[in-house]
Design a protein around this ligand. Structure first.
Ligand code: ZN
Length: 436
């Protein structure tokens, strides 16, 4: 695949008349100039975005939960209503719809934080049916999938799983490890493009005594994600039960490291920020979800300054738009600090692209970059839309929207956004559609 790009917007600069050659895996084999022999010629492109935190099935709640107020916990009860009914076919349909929407919006990779493992009674489906449904959806939409298979063993500090939560649990850390390793073999045979990662749902869902064992039973390079301090109640319950904040509990268990991604990290103490930075973790900020659920504003500036790596996630998928996430990330920092340019355009591009891709890859794997031997997926942008015309190309990150993505190249394969948007509508589960 040979792509000629009039203007390639990289985090640090904009390069003109670039000719990129990629192999079938989307790995750059040569970087030159001009357009001779190009299979595809585009005016403006940027490295594709990485969505580091998704729950695909939450897409089914979009536009249905805004009446009557409430808070995160009330929303969660509604979400559990959906989680309690999905079977593999329903999950595949919802995931295909939302993954197609993601690729249409310029995302080439997604980290699926997945805990709907078993049937509603808690019994195992044969053959990892729910996990394979996600892999099949990713293949149909053409997105790189990092499946973050999640351990979820209890309902909270000192409480058991009840009702719809029962299907999340493997029962013990050992049983989770056994299923995880079996899943890895299954995916290697059937879906070798899928990266299998892991997740601890939260300090609510795993006993403190199990945290270290959960991480230690995984290969050392596997991406490990964890929800962290999205809600103040989680912090209060954790301190009451253990005397430690959730971050301090994870630090004590040895869970924080460069392979770790902390999701949200909204309500932190100064010591928490320092611990996350010192451990060089990635942080998945999910600004559209955090705003939708009234979670609060995160600590993007302090985390960056402490040494953590910022990334973006769409989480509950009420919005699929990397530009919206990044604009809200910077907007939140401005509202909190009363200053502009807290995160520079270069830092926003990095958070949305290369740092996000690294959070979804095995530790030490080559991260996305315009260098021979590294993967480069592309988002093809319209710089002459009503939103973008006149903008400095490097500031498109603060001017464009998902509607300005014309197509996405994933692993060297180009797909038009218009086709993907049609797929997103067609794949949406019929039983959930209002007009069906
Ligand atoms: Zn989440």
């Amino acid at each position: 695949m040979r792509i000629a790009i009039g203007s390639l917007v990289l985090p640090e600069d904009v390069r003109r008349d670039v000719l990129v050659e990629m192999d079938d895996a989307g790995v750059v084999t040569a970087v030159g100039s001009g357009s001779a022999g190009a299979d595809l010629a585009v005016d403006v492109a940027a490295p594709a975005f990485a969505n580091t935190h998704s729950h695909a099935f939450h897409r089914l709640l979009r536009g249905r939960t805004n009446g009557g107020g409430g808070d995160f916990w009330r929303w969660r009860d509604v979400m559990y209503g959906v989680a309690g009914t999905l079977d593999p076919d329903g999950l595949r349909a919802a995931a295909t719809a939302v993954y197609a929407e993601m690729v249409a919006a310029g995302y080439s990779a997604v980290g699926e934080f997945h805990y709907l493992h078993h049937d509603p009674s808690g019994a195992a489906y044969p053959g990892h049916a729910m996990e394979l449904a996600l892999a099949e959806a990713a293949a149909e939409a053409g997105i790189r999938l990092t499946l973050l298979d999640t351990v979820y063993l209890r309902g909270g500090f000192g409480t058991d799983l009840v009702g719809p939560q029962v299907r999340f649990s493997d029962g013990t850390i050992e049983a989770w490890h056994a299923r995880w390793h079996g899943l890895r073999d299954t995916l290697a045979a059937a879906h070798p493009d899928v990266t299998l990662g892991a997740a601890l749902h939260s300090v609510r869902a795993v006993d403190p005594a199990d945290l270290a064992r959960a991480a230690a039973g995984l290969p050392a390079d596997v991406p490990l994600h964890v929800h962290l301090s999205e809600q103040t109640r989680e912090n209060e319950d954790c301190v009451a039960a253990t005397g430690l904040t959730p971050t301090a509990l994870l630090e004590r268990a040895g869970v924080l490291s460069p392979r770790t991604t902390a999701v949200h990290a909204t309500h932190l103490t100064d010591a928490d920020v320092a611990a996350l930075g010192t451990a060089r973790v990635s942080v998945s900020m999910c600004p559209t979800t955090e705003a939708d659920l009234g979670d609060g504003l995160g600590h993007s500036e302090a985390l960056r300054d402490a040494g953590a790596r910022l990334t973006i996630g769409s989480d509950q998928n009420v919005v699929i738009d990397p530009f919206d996430e990044l604009r809200r990330l910077e907007g939140g920092a401005r509202l909190a600090s009363h200053r502009r340019g807290v995160l520079s355009p270069a830092q926003l591009w990095r958070a949305g692209t290369v740092d996000g891709q690294a959070s979804l890859a095995p530790l030490g794997a080559p991260a996305q970059a315009l260098e021979v031997g590294r993967p480069l997926d592309l988002a093809i942008l319209d710089a002459r839309s009503p939103r973008t015309v006149g903008a400095d190309l490097h500031e498109l990150v603060l001017a464009a929207s998902a509607a300005d993505v014309l197509g996405t190249v994933v692993r060297g394969r180009h797909r038009a956004s218009s086709t993907l948007r049609d797929l997103a509508v067609a794949a949406y589960p019929r039983t959930e559609a209002r007009d069906a």
